[in-house]
Design a binder for this molecule. Structure first.
Ligand code: TRP
Ligand code: SF4
Length: 330
């Protein structure tokens, strides 16, 4: 494997992962670990940029996230799984990059403006929040990767990382960093069971750790196409809350059959939900088996993080030597 097949990505530990996270990111990671030198990290420093006031549950969230990742199929033999804050050199690189990043680039970043407007329950006038993309740049380029698997929402951050890289290389006259490229994961349309955004606080999500017993009544109660009061009323999958899940979990043939049967009123919503629940069970079963095996081995997550830290540290140390040399800081 060559260096240009390297890949890096991270997630902020903000609570249990749902199937939107799986289809929007994790599935792609699990595939990429097979033919890339892959680094995946829990972005606990990034969680602090907006949740700095109460950090008491952070250790628990970090742990849970690693368990979710492993249950989804990330394999510590194939990739490095580490905790962002375990690598102090990332903070050094972040500081050095902060010197060459113009404030205007950060202030103009669309995610910065949007979130400052949208999130009103906390004060996001802090320095760390503005610097979010600089820290993210350090996360990425410390491994000098080629690919960064991210969702569409992270594209502006990646663009900024590329600009910072160009500025660094030009300013210090050495090509220390290759420009990282986004490997976009198509956004998985995955509304909550009630049609609102999927969220723990709405109780409308399908989380990777949910049991079938917990999910069955929620799915029975799900609203489908409101025009289908009776089985004989034809429906429209496009306005149904359930159908997006068929797009994620059912094979193409089943999707076509469901569409046909729904629009011609030859199948009712109860039967349609049965198909979904079967597919959901097939999907979740192996995840739950792996989860049980992980939880049966206390200390496993800590071991994996320690191992991942070693791999990540080796990669970063090599980069930092070049950076310090380029900046006459060695
Ligand atoms: N900002 C990313 C998100 O919210 C998380 C993240 C932090 C990340 N550092 C990263 C993703 C580096 C990819 C690479 O989803
Ligand atoms: Fe939705 Fe299926 Fe009912 Fe059609 S048959 S409205 S797709 S649940």
């Amino acid at each position: 494997m060559t260096a240009n097949q390297r890949t890096v990505s991270g997630m902020r530990p903000t609570g249990p992962l749902h199937i939107g996270h799986y289809f929007g990111a994790l599935k792609n990671w699990v595939e990429m670990q097979n033919d890339h030198e892959a680094f995946f990290f829990v972005a606990d420093w990034h969680a602090l940029t907006s949740n700095y006031a109460d950090t008491s549950r952070l250790p628990e969230f970090v742990r849970d996230m690693v368990v979710d990742w492993l249950s989804a199929g990330l394999d510590p033999e194939k990739c490095a799984i580490y905790r962002q804050s375990d690598i102090k050199e990332t903070a050094e690189l972040h500081l050095l990059l902060s010197m060459i990043t113009p404030l205007g680039w950060l202030e103009r970043c669309p995610t910065y403006k949007e979130q400052q407007q949208q999130i009103t329950d906390k004060d996001l006038g802090n320095y760390g929040f503005l610097g979010y993309p600089v820290l993210m740049t350090a996360d990425i380029i410390q491994h000098r990767p080629r690919w960064v698997p991210v969702g569409q929402d992270q594209q502006p951050h990646l663009e900024l990382a590329r600009e910072i890289v160009r500025r660094f290389n030009t300013m210090y006259g050495v090509e220390v960093f290759p420009e990282p490229e986004a490997r976009l994961t198509p956004a998985a349309k995955c509304p909550g069971l009630d049609g609102r955004k999927m969220s723990k606080s709405y109780g409308n999500g399908i989380f990777l750790q949910d049991t079938l017993e917990e999910l069955t009544p929620k799915i029975r109660g799900m609203f489908t196409d409101p025009a289908r009061l009776r089985k004989s009323d034809p429906g429209n999958p496009e306005v149904c809350n359930l159908f997006p899940y068929h797009r994620l979990l059912a094979d193409k043939e089943t999707q076509a059959e469901v569409c046909e049967a729904c629009t011609h009123a030859t199948m009712g919503c109860v039967a349609c939900k049965k198909i979904f629940m079967q597919n959901l069970q097939n999907f979740l079963e192996p995840l739950h088996e792996r989860r049980a095996a992980i939880l049966a081995r206390p200390g496993m997550v800590e071991e994996i993080l320690a191992e991942g830290r070693k791999k990540a540290k080796a990669s970063i140390d090599a980069t930092m030597e070049l950076v310090r040399e380029a900046m006459h800081m060695n």
